[in-house]
Design a protein around this ligand. Structure first.
Ligand code: ISL
Ligand code: CA
Length: 536
């Protein structure tokens, strides 16, 4: 096994993690402050969401200098110290590599709009004599994907916010710049990259896209050979020289795309973040709070588990809803459903990714209006819905049920001022449930969600079956998901009840883990509400 297959990764969204200088914004010293805590949890890799210099239109996913640290988060010296201090605790760091686009404040863009030297074609520009948009493409954030630049008097393409201009991968120098940036960070001792929207880099053509409800134009840039070629080149020219790994964030990837991207013979990526399982509740369910289809979730997860040799597993990140609020019951069965999601995440085949606060069972925000929202995606969607005359209450309902800020609320460290995140007004409001859901309360409480994460992470590290075993779905119904892991004639059965009623299942066995505190041993086929068991 490779070290990154045995790893447990913890994603840190620095802005919301821990503020140490009381400006209301999380920072790198705040991460250093909690390294012991992460080591205690059993984490062996940290994925840092972007901490590079950025005007923060999209919280760091709009980079203006890849070799500088955002001064809100600290200095390069802080970053160097973080790498050293993490290493002392057996924790490696992977960075976010955002190379589909840069901030329009990036020096390259500034030179490009002024047509300076080789930079002229670093971005995707299009003249338009009659001021019509160059094509009908729409962006991931719902708007048109072209903006007019008054300096160059041309349109530029942006598949995300208008402050995030897409780089032009038809220009060879762009890729060379990326390689240098990667080496810069790898030489500093980081252990790899989470590659942001890595499957959309190469644009085949700029022709009009097919009619579609979302993302018009995607067929011209999703998972094409140009992108595969770029990824292979990054692998052979850079990554191969280091002991590191990559996880690609791959929007709208099919299982076949996943196979192509992670097939070790092709030398592209080590694993990907697929989206199908976090899209089972897309739109109707997410916006209108219809119950999520557990059978669909089970089928999708099984398909990917069976289809790939190895992959990344996740249920939360800075773009997704909180898992308890989404798949569980945050009110009545908070503790059980938090542990249920932990059981699922940590017993699947692949490398598990935990998002900060997930180990505490943090939930979706409790905001009351648009004024509390910072997320650029939510603000754009709200604007779009306003333009379509969607009534305010319905707009809010939709934003509340889908906003990425649900996951981005500040970490809940204790029941003190601002949940211990900061002494001054946090950049994004703290969830008011911090009085009961917080780290301090859970740390020494043996029945807390955090204690369960810690226990299960340790269990996973010791279990060859979980680490190396095959995956077999056993029973997938409207409410339960049961699967086996098998290795060298041994097996474990994992049974999960995603409902608030007792459910009968076919499997039997000896319980070695349960998310209920009672110590009962023999499992006779009845799962309690939101119960999760691991059977021998
Ligand atoms: O978050 C989404 C839906 O709510 C996705 O459409 C998301 O934009 C997509 O998964 C790409 O995400 C990544 O790149 C974006 C950035 O805003 C996200 O935070 C990042 O994870 C642009 O860099
Ligand atoms: Ca700060």
């Amino acid at each position: 096994m490779k070290w990154w297959q045995e790893s447990v990764v913890y994603q840190i969204y620095t802005r919301s993690f821990q503020d140490t200088n009381n400006d209301g914004i999380g920072d790198i010293p705040g991460i250093i402050m909690h390294l012991d805590n992460l080591q205690d949890l059993g984490v062996t890799v940290i994925w840092l969401s972007p901490v590079y210099q950025s005007p923060n239109e999209d919280n760091g996913y709009d980079i203006s200098d890849y070799r500088r640290i955002n001064s809100e988060y600290g200095t390069m010296a802080d970053m160097d110290q973080l790498i050293i201090e993490a290493d002392r605790r057996g924790i490696k760091i992977i960075m976010d590599l955002v190379i589909n686009h840069t901030s329009t404040e990036h020096e390259w863009f500034q030179k490009s709009r002024n047509r300076i030297g080789k930079y002229e074609d670093y971005y995707i520009w299009k003249a338009s004599p009659n001021k019509e948009l160059p094509n009908n493409w729409t962006s991931f954030f719902g708007e048109k994907s072209w903006s007019y630049d008054h300096v160059r008097e041309e349109y530029y393409l942006h598949l995300f916010a208008k402050e995030q201009a897409d780089l032009n991968y038809h220009h060879k120098d762009v890729l060379d710049e990326v390689k240098d940036i990667m080496r810069f960070w790898l030489d500093k001792g980081i252990a790899g990259f989470r590659c942001d929207v890595i499957n959309i880099l190469y644009k085949n053509s700029l022709e009009d896209g097919k009619k579609s409800l979302i993302l018009i134009g995607a067929e011209h840039y999703l998972n094409n050979n140009g992108t595969h070629k770029i990824i292979r080149e990054l692998h052979s020219d850079v990554l191969d020289d280091y002991d590191c790994f990559t996880v690609g964030e791959t929007v709208f990837a099919t299982l076949q795309d996943g196979k192509d991207l992670t097939d070790s013979n092709r030398k592209e990526l080590n694993m990907i973040f697929a989206f199908e399982h976090v899209e089972v509740d897309q739109f109707m369910v997410k916006w209108f709070k219809k119950p999520i289809s557990i059978s669909k979730l089970g089928r999708v997860l099984s398909k990917w588990q069976l289809g790939l040799e190895w992959n990344a597993n996740y249920f939360e990140c800075h773009d997704q809803l909180r898992a308890i609020s989404r798949y569980g019951d945050a009110d009545q069965y908070h503790n059980q459903s938090g542990k249920l999601m932990a059981t699922l995440l940590l017993t699947l085949k692949g490398t598990p990714f935990i998002f900060q606060g997930q180990e505490l069972g943090m939930t979706n925000f409790d905001y009351k209006s648009m004024e509390d929202i910072e997320d650029v995606e939510s603000r754009n969607i709200n604007q779009l819905l306003t333009d379509y005359h969607v009534p305010k209450s319905l707009r809010w309902k939709m934003i509340k049920a889908s906003s990425r800020d649900n996951a981005r609320t500040p970490m809940q460290w204790n029941d003190g001022i601002n949940a211990g995140f900061s002494m001054s007004q946090p950049w994004l409001k703290v969830n008011s449930n911090y009085k009961t859901i917080n780290m301090e309360e859970q740390l020494n409480n043996t029945s807390s969600i955090r204690s369960y994460y810690k226990e299960l992470i340790e269990f996973r590290k010791q279990s060859e079956i979980i680490l190396k075993g095959d995956f077999r779905p056993k029973q997938i119904t409207k409410h339960v998901f049961v699967y086996e892991r098998r290795y060298c004639g041994q097996k474990l059965t994992i049974a999960l009840n995603f409902s608030n009623k007792t459910r009968k299942i076919e499997s039997r066995g000896l319980i070695i883990k349960t998310n209920y505190n009672e110590s009962y041993r023999l499992f006779e086929g009845e799962l309690k509400a939101y119960e999760a068991v691991i059977l021998e």
